[in-house]
Each structure stands twice: as structure tokens, then as C-alpha cells.
Design a protein around this ligand. Sequence first.
Ligand code: NIG
Ligand code: FE
Length: 417
Amino acid sequence: MSSRLIFNIRQLMGTRAVTSPLRGADLAGLPFIDNSWVHIEGDHIAAYGPMRALPPDLALLADGPEGIDATGCFVLPTWCDSHTHLVFAGSREPEFVDKLKGLSYAEINARGGGILNSARRLADTPEDRLFVTAWQRLEELSRLGTGAIEIKSGYGLTVEGELKMLRVIKKLKERSPLSIKATFLGAHTYPEAYRQDHPGYIDLIIREMLPVIAAEGLADYIDVFCEEGFFSPAETETIVRAGLQVGLKPKIHANQLHLSGGVETGVRLGALSVDHLETMDEGTIALLAASPTIGTLLPTAAFFLRMPFQPARALIDAGCAIALASDLNPGSSPSGNMNLVVAMACIGMRMLPEEAINAATLNGAYAMSLGESLGSITVGKMANLIVTKPIPSLAYLPYAFGSNLIGRVMIKGEFVN
Ligand code: NIG
Ligand code: FE
């Protein structure tokens, strides 16, 4: 078993053991140890502490090849990105330019662009090709500090296409050192052939897709885009209940464009998370705060679509457990860079650096049911660590947005760069 020591760490961030997602004022607390070390054995964190209390046997490691001198650097848990659409067949920058010229996201969808555009391209792309491009994206993100990621289907919209996407995600799970969760999002939009036949498509999801997904163990969660012009709350409930029957917990796209009823539906059905939340009112905020459901905010999607940012301050003040995620997808967030997500959460939503980091690590881990093994510096947890470049303070990370301040990234005890 390998034994490594990162030492002379300026601040080791997130040193704690908690058993549930952080909410309210607790989100602003990020315990740390100045001038410190962390010892990694195999794939997990074995011990950590201040340099003045470094045991002599571990001090020996510092002089050998297993010692990493982190003078001036911060060490924090890797990002846990709990909402992405990382598997897709091509970029959509022509639509981006259309939007610059004045078309809205909804208008682009209505004329067959958007998700349907991605679905057409996915249908024409072989599984191997999809895997290669997804793998490249995953590698890029891991070098930017992402150590765990949720990936959705939803650009298939046919039995064959959805299964193809989920099989690609399964292969990523098998081959990548990152912790990966798969979410079935067959209910991303109605495909062309079912525009006038919603019950027909819902039937296809329930009778043709879900049984294979369950039999082959292709998904951990079920998602529905609950939104005006997409899936109604009643349709969402039907699909989610069918998913629950085969053991898939819901994570719901809710309240992106309207007060869609998605938060109410998600909370009532025990969703692990309700995601997006650009459009919230007092009632939906209070409902979410009183529930165990995590609210996942996707600031880069709001930014890219030029929509108001999610009301993070109101959500935190009400006591909601909130996570931050990238929403990486070709239509509304072409970046999966979690450093940018954290910066935008601070700049656009007035989250404090500590709040944003907690929401992008520990709470993100909980939004993938990985809170017991990831998201903080805890003895026994997975050794998924970011070593920053030398920086003057923690707040410098979101402050100097756009600079790559990630020095090295360790996933399951091995450096990926
Ligand atoms: O999370 N909101 C729905 N789905 C994606 C966008 C998908 C797309 O445009 O391709 C999202 O923003
Ligand atoms: Fe999304």
C-alpha cells in the first residue's frame, strides 16, 4: 500500500467529520489547520495534523519520494459536481450565437433546437465515440479539481439512445478513478415523435426503458425536467414513482425558467436534490428549508443563459441545505469548471468563499449520496485532494476567477497531474 505525506501545508481546509449536509449558518464554517500535514495510505486519508505534532515516523516520508512539500499552498477536498450532462455528441455554439442575436432558450427549444438538436446528433454517434469524448472531458475536469461527478442521460430520448448514454456512463464508472453516479433523464424533453402524445412517451419510459435500466444496473437516480413546456408536475410524479419502484431516488430539474411546481413535487416525493432553482418564491424556499432535500444551484447555467442568479442568500438564511454544481452541458453550461462555479457563486450570488466551498464539496457529495466517503478531510475518507498553487488566502480562489490556481489533484490516493 502506498504511503504519502503532504506537508508544510499553509492551510488544510475542511478538517471535520459530519454526518449530514450543512445548512444555514453552518455553511459558513470551514474548519482548517494552519501549517499542517496530511498522511495518505493507499486510497484514503490516514491522519492529519499541525506540523508541530508530526510523528517522527511520518516525518521520514517528507524527505523521500513520497513527500510532497506544499509550502504556501492550500489543501482542500476535491470538488463534488453533483449535476452534469457530461455525455453528449457535439457542441452547440451556433445556437449560442443565435442567442446573442436575441433568441431565447425557450424559443430555440420550440423550433427543434436545444435538447432535440443534441438528441439528433447523439443518435448519429456511435457508443465508442461518445465514450472517447466523455473520457476527454472527464480527464480535463479531474485536472481542474473535480473528484466526483454525477452524469445524466437525456440526449437519447429513445430506448436505444438512452441505453447507449447510460452504458457509456457505466463504462466511465468502471474505468475512471473518479467517483461517478449515473442518473436516468429520459424525461428531459418530449422527442419529436411524441410531441402530441405525452402519455405514449411516458409509457415508453416506464415500460421500455426503466426495466432494462433496472435489470442492467445502469442508473443510481432518476431525473425529470419539470418545467413549463417540458414535463408537468403530474407527469413528473408518474415518472418518478415508476423510478422509485425500481430503486431510483429522484433528483429533479426544478424551477429553472418558472415556478414550475418542481420543488413541491421533488420535496413531496423525497428527492435527494432539486436542482436549478433560478425561480423561487417565499413558499418554495420555506418548503425546501423544512425538508431533507438538497437545493442544488447551478450558477454557470444562469450566467450563460443571462438569467437572474439563484437566490442563494435567501436559501441559506431560510436554512436550506444547498450544493453547487456545474450543469456541464452543450446548451446552458458548456463549462464544467467547478472553480468557476465557486467564483460565480461568490460574485453573482454573494456566497462567502467558505459557503461556496462547502456547497461544492461536502454538500455536493451528499447530493450524490457520497457524503460518508468524500467532501471533507476526515480520517478514513477517500484521499481526494486539491493542492492549490501558492496563494495568499482562501478567498483568493474565487477572487482571482479565471486563473487556474489548481496545483495538483489527488484522486483515491494517486495524483492525476
Ligand atoms: O440543465 N434544463 C434542462 N437541461 C439542461 C440543458 C440541456 C440542454 O440545453 O442541452 C440544463 O440546463
Ligand atoms: Fe441540468
